[in-house]
Structure formats: structure tokens, C-alpha cells
Design a protein around this ligand. Structure first.
Ligand code: PLP
Length: 308
């Protein structure tokens, strides 16, 4: 996979007030369906599947998962098969994420919420691995040692204006942040946690093997429940879109909005160069529109407020 990097300088009154420079970093592959942290997290796992002649990848996620969508697309373009264990009672092919997965050849298997809760247990993973022995098992969100390594090698700190003082990302399963921490050098790392998870900090510490303690995890101050959108977040995403920065409100929009709130509270001090990792996930907009949580998958068509 050939990856390209694009940097954009954000302009915002809060940044002027604290004399910060905030760079947004986006990563694209040749396939627009595989971008952001997914392009990095899947990199070595795809290479391993090709090298060891696996039939494909076996992975899991929610019904609107960015990870499932990216895995299906990446496998498709490499001629690999893919299987998605989907946390849902029934596979709904009206759902744009699952429909795209299916179009990319992913075999979709519905897994009840109760069963899905066991996903981190070794026996659960072995159960599925035994069903599909030719497939490489990829944990939820793609988070594995190989994913953390790939993120750590990515030069997120090298902004066009010079080395960043602080690296920032949205945090879900923790793999992306763990990679940033491992590769941060002298920069500090800030993760904005988009959903409550009491075990997350320990998980990230394990994944980073104590590389540095110059990092922190901040819960989103402004936090509609995970997967939900409110007017404030949606309006923020629309405002960013006017600056040419397209966000979705579940991960990148929520993280950037909360970063500005934290800056306003003085968390990052003054005069810093900040690098914000745009982790992708724009495919999720169609799913939000499908569920009626935003008015349109295309910001350009409507900026009408949503129920919040
Ligand atoms: C768009 C987007 N950003 C950020 C994250 C969080 O990444 P991680 O699960 O590595 O913490 C995810 C999770 O999959 C995501 O889809």
C-alpha cells in the first residue's frame, strides 16, 4: 500500500489566543476506502497474510465499524478474502457500511452483543480461529502489536513547519495512541477518549511497554454517548468543513472539538506546535445519515442541525 500524507494548518480563535500552531495530518492510500489510522494499522497484518498465504483476514466490529469497512476494502484490493464478525442481531444490508463490506467481498457473520462481549478472551478468539483456520485473526479495531509498530513508524511529529511539541489523536481501542507514544521521541502525546473504558489506560501502557510516560489520556469533556451526535458537534464539523477539513463526529470531530476545549482550559500551555492525527472514518457519515443522526452524509448538501 502506497501512503500519502497531507498537512493542513487549522485557524481558530482559541489557537490564536494561546499562540498555538495546530497541524492536521491526513493519510491516504491509493484506495480512498483505506485511509487514516486504518491504513497504518492494517499495513503489517495485510503483509503477513499475503506472505504466509492466508486466505484472508478474520476480524470483528460494530455494524458501522470503520475498521470492518477498511479491512474489507484493503483485502479486496490485495486479492485476499475477509470475514467480519459483526456485533448485531441480523445483518442489515441497507446499512451503508455493511453493504460496502459485502461489495468488497467480506463474509459477514452476525454475532450477538452478549457473545461479542467475550471478544478479548483467548477462548473466544480461538473458537473463531478454529472455524476459519486459514485466516489471520485481527483483533477489534485492528489493534495488535503489528498495528502499534506501524503507527509508531509513521512520522506524525514532522509537520511542514518543523517538529511538533505535542501529538494528538482520538482514542477508541488504544492501538493508535500506543503507536504514537512509542514513536513520539521528545514530543508529548495526548489522547482524547471518545467512549468510556476504565481499562483503556492500562491497555495502552501494556501496548507501549513503558516507552515513555510523556502521554496522557483525557476523556472528551463534551461527550454525547459513543456513536451519538449532537448539534454542537455537528455544527463544529460543518465549520471545519468550511476550512476544507472534513471530519465525522464520532472520532475525529469529537476529538478535535474537545482538544480546543482542553486548550481553552490551558491544558497545553502556550506557543506549542501541535500535530493532530486525522484518523479517517469518513465512511461513517453515511451510516449516521442512514440512522437519521445527521441530516445528510454530505455536509455540502445540508447544514441543518440534528436532534441532540
Ligand atoms: C476514525 C477513527 N479514529 C480513531 C479511532 C481510534 O483508534 P484506536 O482504536 O486505535 O484507538 C478509530 C477506531 O477504530 C476510528 O475509526
Amino acid at each position: 500500500m502506497v501512503l500519502t500524507t497531507e498537512w493542513q494548518l487549522l485557524s481558530h480563535p482559541v489557537l490564536c489566543k494561546f499562540q498555538h500552531q495546530l497541524w492536521i495530518c491526513q493519510i491516504q492510500s491509493q484506495d480512498p476506502q483505506v485511509s487514516g489510522n486504518k491504513a497504518l494499522k492494517l499495513k503489517y497484518q495485510l503483509a503477513q497474510a499475503v506472505q504466509t498465504k492466508n486466505a484472508g483476514l478474520l476480524t470483528l466490529g460494530g455494524a458501522f465499524s470503520n475498521h470492518l469497512a477498511a479491512t474489507a476494502a484493503a483485502c479486496h484490493s490485495l486479492g485476499l478474502a475477509s470475514i467480519g464478525l459483526v456485533r448485531t442481531d441480523a445483518i442489515d444490508l441497507g446499512n451503508p457500511t455493511l453493504s460496502a463490506c459485502q461489495q468488497n467481498g467480506m463474509q459477514l457473520i452476525a454475532v450477538s452483543r452478549e457473545h461479542y462481549r467475550q471478544r478479548d478472551h483467548l477462548e473466544w478468539q480461538q473458537h473463531w480461529q478454529m472455524q476459519f483456520p486459514d485466516y489471520l485473526f485481527v483483533p477489534e479495531g485492528g489493534t495488535s502489536e503489528a498495528a502499534v509498530r506501524a503507527v509508531s513508524e509513521f512520522p506524525l511529529g514532522q509537520t511542514p513547519a518543523g517538529q511538533a511539541d505535542c501529538l494528538v489523536s482520538a482514542v477508541g481501542s488504544g492501538g493508535t495512541l500506543a503507536g504514537l507514544i512509542r514513536g513520539a521521541g521528545s514530543a508529548s502525546v495526548l489522547g482524547i477518549q471518545v467512549a468510556p473504558d476504565p481499562g483503556l489506560s492500562n491497555k495502552i501502557s501494556r501496548l507501549t511497554e513503558g516507552a515513555t510516560d510523556n502521554w496522557q489520556l483525557q476523556p472528551a469533556l463534551h461527550l454525547p454517548a459513543y456513536g451519538k451526535v449532537d448539534n454542537t458537534l455537528w455544527e463544529f464539523c460543518a465549520l471545519m468543513k468550511q476550512q476544507g477539513i472534513e471530519l465525522e463526529p464520532i472520532y475525529t470531530g469529537k476529538a478535535l472539538y474537545n482538544l480546543l476545549l482542553l486548550i481553552e482550559q490551558g491544558l497545553l500551555g502556550q506557543g506549542k506546535r501541535i500535530s493532530f492525527f486525522h484518523t479517517g472514518g469518513l465512511q461513517g457519515l453515511a451510516g449516521l445519515a442512514y440512522r437519521g443522526l445527521i441530516p445528510s452524509a454530505d455536509f455540502g448538501q445540508s447544514n441543518a442541525p440534528v436532534a441532540g
